[in-house]
Design a protein around this ligand. Structure first.
Ligand code: DP6
Length: 339
């Protein structure tokens, strides 16, 4: 049976009596998918075509504070600036809060800070909706149950379902129409030497967001028919690589997965090419590094920026090739569910 998002929220909520608090605050990390989520099988509840696997970015993410206000509409502040009530961002945030307002009506001041560039392919919608979900859980006194909150965050943005956890997270695509089996959970394995390098190509907002990009791909790209099969295979291989701490297998699989997703984007109509000339230069630089024996791989989301994957012992060699990269230690950061 398919449900409206508000009905789904009630189904996903853990056992509790929501009681409105006056304020709450939460942090959620951004995440980078090693096996990408690309395509929805159901848009209203954000149910994906394929399962995906990510690594959270430790201290890089979004902090969101909610305060109940006596006003006719929500007030949304992003990185110190109040946003226009009819901006896309405010509408998305308010629409998501509407789901919770069906429990107890209230209006909020939403103060949100990203320490990553917004909408430049660094998955800030993931940390944004995850932090908003956690803050709403605080406001409505809902227990921080990972599985329940992951299902709820998913309705804000699919990748947000994975941003409630530290380290590796796997989002199970699920089969059910009501989405109750579509949630992410943390993997028990850690990989303390694994590092992410963020190579910023531009901080400009992208012209086609992931949501529109996915629709365009699923509507117009014949190559996309093969994507679910590849994603399933890559996810299984990544699980093996993580279990065996086999960095070569992890890096090769993640890079191949990202390029395959971009191939479906490029083969859509109108074509969807998120790369800038500098993105291609960075990819070629990665391949050159590997040819010289420096083990580094890349992945990219729906944007021009490049994320490098390498191990701690290669950090100086990688930095020599990418002097401007920001190094992220995914294993240092607050646990969003504990905060
Ligand atoms: C390329 O989660 O931003 O980053 O569910 O429509 O909000 P919506 O899309 P979103 O898409 C992320 C796509 C991706 C791959 C990934 O993070 O898995």
């Amino acid at each position: 049976m398919s449900l409206s998002p508000a009905e789904a929220l009630r189904l996903y909520l853990p056992e509790c009596t929501p009681v409105l608090q006056t304020q709450a605050e939460a942090f959620a990390p951004s995440n980078i998918a090693l096996c990408k989520y690309w395509g929805k099988r159901q848009a209203a509840l954000n149910l994906p075509v394929n399962s995906s696997l990510s690594i959270s970015l430790g201290e890089l993410g979004t902090r969101t504070r909610l305060q109940v206000i006596d006003a006719p509409s929500d007030e949304v502040w992003l990185n110190g600036q109040q946003l226009d009530a009819d901006s896309r961002f405010v509408r998305k945030v308010s629409q998501f809060i509407d789901l919770f307002r069906s429990l107890t009506p209230a209006r909020f001041r939403v103060t949100t800070h990203n320490n990553i560039p917004t909408a430049a392919g660094l998955a800030s919608s993931a940390s944004g909706f995850a932090a908003l979900t956690l803050a709403l859980a605080g406001i409505y006194a809902i227990p921080r149950d990972g599985r329940s909150l992951s299902r709820i965050a998913r309705m804000g943005s699919g990748s947000a379902s994975r941003s409630l956890f530290c380290g590796f997270a796997q989002w199970h695509k699920g089969e059910l129409d009501d989405g109750s089996d579509s949630f992410a959970e943390v993997l028990s394995e850690a990989w303390p030497d694994l590092r992410i390098g963020v190579v910023e190509i531009t901080t400009a907002e992208k012209s086609v967001d992931s949501r529109a990009g996915m629709t365009r791909t699923t509507d117009s790209c014949l190559l996309y028919e093969k994507w679910p099969q590849q994603a399933a295979r890559d996810l299984q291989t990544l699980r093996q690589a993580i279990a065996a701490q086999d960095f070569t297998l992890l890096g090769e699989t993640a890079e191949h997965n990202a390029l395959s997703m971009h191939a479906t984007m490029i083969a859509s109509w109108p074509p969807l090419l998120y790369w800038q000339p500098a993105s291609i230069e960075a990819m070629q630089q990665v391949w050159q590094c590997r040819a010289q024996g420096i083990e580094v791989y890349f992945t990219m989301d729906a944007g021009p920026n490049i994320k490098l994957l390498f191990q701690q012992h290669s950090i100086e060699a990688v930095r020599a090739c990418f002097p401007t990269m920001t190094v992220v230690d995914p294993w240092h950061g607050p646990d969003p569910l504990q905060g």
